[in-house]
Design a protein around this ligand. Structure first.
Ligand SMILES: [Zn+2]
Length: 236
């Protein structure tokens, strides 16, 4: 974990790019990343990670081993959330929705049992996610990542206490993400690269511009949201 006091801290709430992790989380641009860790690989204690079985990666014969790997490692201090997990209707022809939902519900149980927030991949499955939230009544924070849906869908999710994570779509001038992030309270959103070929700095700057505020204000908001989601300060 980084221990130094630094002036500017950008938090990338979700990435698949482990370059930052390799540098012990603290990169040259002073960003801190939560890296989506591959199941089965050795857990590196050098940085923040999340653990989960992505709906694209479900292989039926591996499920039991992968879920037990997550349970085995999820209590480590540097595991920030359970995920990326969720439901993707565009993958229904590869993995049936019923199986995707079953795996997602296993993640919900792990998230609740081990008191770690849940990072959600949701493609055309907003109603399913909301129904499962009502069914399980989780205490842990849920975050739908890569949000680029419309304002009314955002309101439905936020109305259920679900946070939204925004990434590269903020850089596209006509994106839904830009319209939505302009409408949200500070406590309802976080920012991410998702490992796309873009910098977290540009995403913070876009969020500040769209919301008519300063980069510093966005940084403070993200630090507060990190602390609220995770339950401790960044440097602990
Ligand atoms: Zn992702």
């Amino acid at each position: 974990m980084p221990c130094c006091v630094i002036d500017v801290m950008l938090i990338d709430f979700h990435t698949h790019n482990n370059e930052l992790l390799k540098e012990k989380s603290l990169a040259k641009d002073n960003s801190l990343a939560i890296y989506s860790h591959s199941i089965g690989n050795t857990i590196d204690n050098g940085g923040y990670i999340s653990l989960g079985l992505h709906p694209w990666d479900i292989v039926e014969e591996n499920i039991a081993n992968e879920i037990s790997f997550i349970k085995q490692h999820v209590d480590a201090n540097n595991v920030i959330y359970v995920g990326e997990c969720g439901i993707d209707k565009c993958y229904a022809n590869i993995t049936p929705i019923a199986l995707q939902q079953h795996i997602f519900e296993l993640h919900i149980q792990i998230s609740e049992t081990h008191s770690k927030p849940l990072l959600i991949h949701c493609v055309r499955a907003v109603n399913e996610i909301i129904n499962l939230k009502k069914k399980h009544k989780p205490k842990q924070q849920w975050i739908v990542h890569g949000f680029n849906n419309n304002v009314s869908t955002a309101k439905m999710l936020v109305g259920e206490g679900i946070m939204l994570s925004f990434g590269a779509a903020l850089l596209n001038s006509n994106s839904n993400a830009r319209k939505v992030i302009a409408t949200l309270y500070n406590k309802s959103f976080v920012l991410e690269t998702d490992g796309k070929d873009t910098s977290i700095y540009d995403i913070y700057q876009a969020a500040a511009n769209i919301r008519g505020t300063t980069l510093k204000e966005i940084e403070l908001t993200m630090e507060q949201n990190f602390e609220r989601i995770v339950g401790h300060k960044i440097n602990n």
